[in-house]
Structure formats: C-alpha cells, structure tokens
Write a protein that binds this ligand. Structure first.
Ligand code: AMP
Ligand code: MN
Ligand code: MN
Ligand code: MN
Length: 280
C-alpha cells in the first residue's frame, strides 16, 4: 500500500536551481499526486515562481511563493526556506542576486579541486546538467560524477567528493543567518530553518542555532523532511516545541530519481507540534 499524500509540501526544486523538472512540471506532478498546497523553493532564486503560479491556477493547486537561501554560520552551510515571500520585493531580489553571484567562481574552484584528485573535465561535465546559468550547484557536479561512472549514486558523490571536508569541497561564504532572515521578512515571508538534522552540530551548537534563529526573527523549522529519518521527526518536533518554533514539512523534491521523497510523500507532523501552515 502506498502512503497517503500530504496536503502541504513546503519544499521543492525546479530547473531554476538544481531540480530536474520545469516549475510547471513540478506543480503538475504535485497536483496529480494529490498535494493541495505546494511551495516551490529554488536555491537563491525566485524566477520560477511566475511559471509555477500559472500552472497552479490551471491545476487548481495553491502555490506558496518560496525560496531556499544559502547561509554560512560559524563555518557551516545552512539553508533557510522563505515561505509566502513577495517575489518582487527589491530587498529579497538584491540579496538573492548577491548570494548567487559567487556560484560560478566556486564551480571553477570545485572543478580545480576535483582535477587534483584525478577527475578532469568536471566543469564542462557539471555544466551539461545546469539549467540556470546563474545557479551551478553541487548537485550538478554530483550528476556528472554519477553519469561518468565515478560513483554509484548522488549520495556517494557527496560522501566521497563533494561533502564538507571531502576533496572536491570548497568552502564558500554565503549570506549570514541574520541577512537571510531579514530578506525573507522584508518580503513579508516566514523564515524556516531547513532540514536541521543534516548539519553536523552537537547538542549545544544545535541549541545555539535554534535560539539565534528564533531571536533573529525565524518562525519555524522543518520537522518532516526528506533529509530526516523517521527517528528524527520526533526529536526535531520536540526541539521546535521547546524553542517556540512552528513545524514545517517538505519533501525537498529535486526529481523522480534524485530525491528520497516524492512530492507530498510526507507523514503527519508528530503530536505536540504547531504546524506552520496555520500561519500561511
Ligand atoms: P550547493 O547549494 O551548490 O552547495 O548544493 C547543495 C545541494 O546539493 C543541495 O540542495 C542538494 O540538492 C545537494 N546535496 C547536498 N548534500 C547532499 C547529500 N548529502 N546527498 C545528496 N544531495 C546533496
Ligand atoms: Mn538542491
Ligand atoms: Mn537544502
Ligand atoms: Mn532544498
């Protein structure tokens, strides 16, 4: 038996960042699967939202304008999702433009680092998968590593080459946590800390992060996400409650064979959580 599909899916990607389906195709797939309210949250980019909105009107699905902002915090990369943002807001647009600006230079450094461990042609290889020239992502390098037979799947590409501390990893300075929250709030959106269980932080750093995020104006954290194991749903649900943060749920869908979870493939929030959709 297949699992019931969640009404809300508040995290997804299209070809405007590192997803493999166009914005309209993501919306159509979500609607076909039974999702009723979808947030498209491309990395540092809102240019897919107009196409998604037009498709959502046809499909009878509610589109929530979203974005996923890359952040540097004490040497770690974090992601902050903005929900119900105004995609025309100049503060948000300028911040995102700046955040995207470093990606091409970083891609050259990643290719050079891979070359040093004997993997040539990575820039050209990754570029073949890029669908928005301003948005080269490590996901595109991962696709190149898989398709050229260096690794068996995307996860292994990150574990061996692209993840923090691996030979193809290049440290990069993204927006600060405060900037990301400010841009989202300036555009009247809600700031949500994405997949908190993915960051390599001990308990003390986790508490510091949640406290700082809330104090800077963050509203919620992802509790149910494709990046968490079922054990982590309960843990992060309790952390959200303890910090007075609302709970969000999103698949982080990138494509049918790319992601752990398909659109809407999300169990209910653990009991005791206050869902963020009551504020949307
Ligand atoms: P970037 O923003 O260029 O650093 O790339 C981050 C993207 O790489 C994420 O949004 C995911 O699409 C992908 N990614 C990061 N870590 C992993 C991982 N461990 N396994 C699979 N994909 C990952
Ligand atoms: Mn991605
Ligand atoms: Mn993310
Ligand atoms: Mn994402």
């Amino acid at each position: 038996m297949t699992n019931p599909v969640s009404y809300f899916d508040l995290h997804s990607h299209s070809t405007r960042s590192d997803g493999v389906m166009r914005p309209a195709e993501v919306v159509e797939r979500a609607a076909e699967r039974g999702v009723r309210a979808l947030a498209l949250t491309d990395h540092d980019e809102v240019s897919g939202l107009a196409e998604a909105r037009a498709a959502a009107e046809v499909a009878g699905l509610r589109l929530i304008d979203g974005v996923e902002v890359s952040v540097s915090w004490h040497g770690h990369t974090l992601h902050v999702v903005g929900l119900a943002v105004d995609p025309a807001n100049p503060v948000l647009l300028e911040g995102l433009r700046r955040n995207r600006g470093g990606r091409n230079g970083r891609a050259e450094l990643i290719a050079a680092a891979l070359e040093k461990v004997g993997i040539g042609g990575a820039l050209e290889g990754a570029t073949a998968y890029v669908t928005n020239p301003d948005l080269v992502s490590r996901a595109h390098f991962a696709r190149f590593l898989v398709e050229s037979g260096r690794v068996r799947n995307t996860q292994t590409a990150f574990d061996r080459y692209l993840g923090e501390g691996k030979p193809g990893y290049v440290p990069h300075l993204w927006a600060s946590l405060g900037e990301a929250v400010d841009w989202i709030r300036a555009s009247s959106g809600l700031a949500v800390l994405a997949h908190p269980g993915r960051y390599p932080l001990d308990d003390e750093r986790r508490s510091a992060l949640l406290g700082e995020f809330r104090d800077r104006g963050g509203t919620g954290i992802e509790v149910v996400t494709g990046s968490h194991t079922p054990d982590q749903y309960g843990y992060w649900g309790r952390r959200a409650e303890a910090f007075g943060l609302l709970a969000s749920a999103g698949s982080d869908f990138h494509g049918p064979r790319e992601s752990y979870k398909d659109l809407g493939d999300l169990p209910p929030l653990p009991s005791g959580c206050s869902p963020i959709w009551e504020r949307l």
